[in-house]
Design a protein around this ligand. Structure first.
Ligand SMILES: Nc1ncnc2c1ncn2[C@@H]1O[C@H](COP(=O)(O)OP(=O)(O)OP(=O)(O)O)[C@@H](O)[C@H]1O
Length: 300
């Protein structure tokens, strides 16, 4: 059974086809990335998964429960950290978390609430009113709220947008632990470095369609090679190497290489031409290169 099964979802807003036939199967225990530019449809898809928005057609199930016909059971399996900071300002952090448990009809579990607060560095804010928290602290509470009923599937919609380095690290450490313990994690983020480091598999959405779906490793392999950046003196870049040149920025020349065994012949050619290498850097292609290639590509 998939953690989240999405089958041919379509959603149209008055003037826009926000989702245009999205199908995805997210397996249990995966750390899955849902990426795409602004307006690609990520939040719309998440709100359909969470039962907050209705698709025009298609089906979504969470741990085997249809999000429409079996809404309550599906919702119990899911913890969603929304993008927007929405709270009741009159409750403290602890009260907010206790109420969330009540919402799922679950008994008070202060030990688990304490553990979540501890892991998100919220312990000393437990009795502070929500309205008195900073934006970053409110975001921690949103994460805590999503976890309070111990859902097997956790969906985070841009959880690190505008938060400081410390919270990112705290958050990823905790989410990483939950993933190792078997929770399925689905993440949307515009920080591609984060997605590359954390996600084992990635789907890219563009204009409501899935335009890439593969393991992070396979996506990285599909982008052509790496860049060899050189700062030269003594002689200009020999003509035979010019076809490899992709850019020069200030004093550096960048050459595209597909395999590390191409480096030595390049260095030999430079030596023969009388070039001195003042500096040399090798930059691996990263998820940002893949993302830009796919988004600029012929997908409509
Ligand atoms: N309630 C709505 N009514 C009309 N259009 C909407 C509504 N909600 C979203 N849209 C539009 O649907 C498209 C998809 O929006 P969505 O928020 O799902 O994208 P996203 O991929 O999450 O973007 P971002 O990265 O900016 O959060 C956008 O063009 C958005 O303007």
């Amino acid at each position: 059974m998939a953690a989240i099964q999405i089958t041919d979802i379509k959603k149209k807003y008055p003037n826009l086809q926000a989702l245009d036939g999205v199908s995805l199967s997210i397996e249990q225990g995966e750390f899955f990335g849902l990426l795409g530019p602004n307006g690609a449809g990520k939040t719309t898809l998440i709100s359909i998964i969470a039962g907050l928005n209705r698709a025009d057609s298609g089906h979504v199930s969470v741990m085997g429960h249809d999000v429409v016909t079996d809404y309550r059971a599906a919702r119990r399996q899911l913890g969603v950290v929304p993008q927007e900071l929405v709270f009741d300002p009159f409750f403290t952090v602890r009260e907010t978390l206790r109420m969330q448990l009540g919402y799922y009809g679950l008994k008070k579990n202060d030990a688990w609430i304490d553990e979540i607060m501890e892991n998100l560095d919220l312990t000393n804010k437990a009795d502070t009113n929500m309205r008195a928290l900073s934006g970053g602290m409110k975001r921690r509470v949103l994460v805590a709220q999503a976890l309070v009923h111990k859902p097997p599937v956790i969906v985070l919609d841009e959880p690190t947008a505008g938060v400081d380095v410390e919270l990112r690290q705290t958050l990823w450490k905790f989410i990483g632990r939950l993933n190792r313990e078997g929770h399925t994690i689905v993440l949307t983020t515009h920080y591609l470095e984060e997605a590359q480091a954390l996600c084992s598999r990635i789907a890219m959405l563009k204009a409501g369609k899935v335009v890439a779906l593969d393991t992070t490793k396979a996506l990285l392999e599909q982008v052509a090679g790496s860049q060899l950046k050189l700062r030269l003196s003594g002689a200009p870049l020999p003509d035979t190497l010019r076809p490899l040149q992709i850019a020069s920025e200030s004093s550096y020349i960048s050459l595209r290489i597909n395999h590390s065994n191409e480096i030595e012949p390049i260095l030999a050619t430079l030596r023969l031409a009388g070039c001195c290498i003042d500096d040399l850097q090798l930059e691996q292609a990263d998820l940002e290169d893949v993302f830009l290639q796919i988004m600029d590509g012929g997908h409509k």
